[in-house]
Design a binder for this molecule. Structure first.
Ligand SMILES: [Zn+2]
Length: 104
C-alpha cells in the first residue's frame, strides 16, 4: 500500500497534538509525525457518504442493465407504488367510515 492518506478520510490539521499532524474528523485516525500516514492509509470506517452518492448502492445493477431495462423496472416499481398508495388510502377512508362490512 502506498503511503498516502486514503481519500475517504476527512482530515484536519491538528495544532494541539505533537504526536500527529492530521486527524480524521469522522473516525479519529491520525497520521504519525514520524512514520507516515499511519491509520490514515486505510479506508475510513466512518466515511460519511454524501446523498449524491446514494445511487452507488445500485451501481452493479446499473452496470448490468441497459437504459431500457432500467426504465422498464422504474415503471414496474411505480405501478406497485401507485397500487400500494391507493390501497393504503382506501383502508384509511374505510376505517374513517367505521369499517363497514356487508353482511351476507
Ligand atoms: Zn476517517
Amino acid at each position: 500500500m502506498k503511503d498516502a492518506c486514503h481519500p475517504s478520510h476527512v482530515t484536519r490539521v491538528s495544532i494541539d497534538s505533537s504526536s500527529y499532524d492530521e486527524i480524521c474528523v469522522n473516525c479519529g485516525a491520525t497520521d504519525l509525525v514520524i512514520g507516515g500516514w499511519g491509520q490514515l492509509k486505510f479506508p475510513c470506517p466512518n466515511e460519511i457518504r454524501s446523498i449524491d452518492d446514494a445511487w452507488k448502492e445500485y451501481e452493479n445493477d446499473f452496470n448490468a442493465m441497459t437504459d431500457e431495462q432500467i426504465e422498464r423496472e422504474c415503471s414496474y416499481e411505480q405501478s406497485k407504488l401507485d397500487e400500494a398508495e391507493s390501497w393504503l388510502e382506501a383502508v384509511a377512508l374505510w376505517k374513517k367510515a367505521g369499517k363497514p362490512r356487508k353482511s351476507e
